[in-house]
Write a protein that binds this ligand. Sequence first.
Ligand code: HMG
Ligand code: MG
Length: 298
Amino acid sequence: GLPARVRIHEVGPRDGLQNEKALVPAAIKAEFIHRLAEAGLTTIEATSFVHPKWVPQLADAEELMRLIDDVDARLPVLVPNERGLDRALALGAREIAVFASATESFAKANLNRTVDGALEMFEPVVAKAKDAGVAVRGYLSMCFGDPWEGPVPISQTVSVSRRLLDMGCDEISLGDTIGVATPGHVRELLATLNEAGIADDRLAVHFHDTYGQALANTLTALQHGVTTVDASAGGLGGCPYAKSATGNLATEDLVWMLDGLGIETGVDIGRLTAASVWMARHLGRPSPSRTVRALSQK
Ligand code: HMG
Ligand code: MG
């Protein structure tokens, strides 16, 4: 069966923009987030409190947070360590995400840590956030394949998921960082997570569309019982520390499919498309989303 309602976790302003070489002014980012909220998105990942040298595009996190404090949506932010958490809490963040890796290669490239070292770095962050009443999402990258290590064993993904939940994460977002997942792999991973006692209601899926499988993978996850789906307006994205990562599943492609299935999201696809076209114009290149192109040519 399929769910009656899906919660879209919009990642465009963070996962989408983090990869853009040319710096986007904070005022433009803020307007993008306002437009996304007006289109009906209720969870919009706004930025990251990471080292500015690692992700220069998001070095304006403080300024941006002040420009969006009137937005009527959940505004989670990425936080890798206590330094990041303190910065986020000082700006009134009510939701954070830590970001682990299922593979050693990506833990090193993205966090300069081993898998275990990264989890140790997150532990006090999650504890302190929970004490402050802040919700915590745990991202898990490279759940399916890794550009250096190839296919990732399901047992590896399950064991790091378990550890993120055990340290107090409310939800795990299963990241197909480089977009190599296919529906059979998705089904097998979700079934194995369930067998390990991790229910679908603690899980979100985060697909990148490198091989054009993101929508098929998403539908497979929905049929399995997952109801939280990450997507990026206009299909913006990639990851600066994963070669061969392309954009996320485009939010418009997702909403087009869900609208057709009669699954509620609260999102107005016309307003959403207009927001992405506006952003694409600012970035100087058209959105890669087929739905955005089809709807904006009408
Ligand atoms: P490190 O170099 O090991 O840092 O990086 P460190 O702990 O040794 O500290 C070095 C310096 O950085 C110190 O300053 C710290 O104060 C400073 P110094 O004393 O040298 O002047 N520092 C900070 N400054 C500001 N904010 C902070 C912070 N932390 C330390 N939070 C670190 C370790 C984790 C900091 C670094 O690796 C980092 O920032 N990584 C972030 C990478 C990133 O953001 N990647 C993209 C997001 S993940 C993703 O996109 C995947 C996802 O979408 C899911 C999917 O698709 O799979 C989520
Ligand atoms: Mg991503």
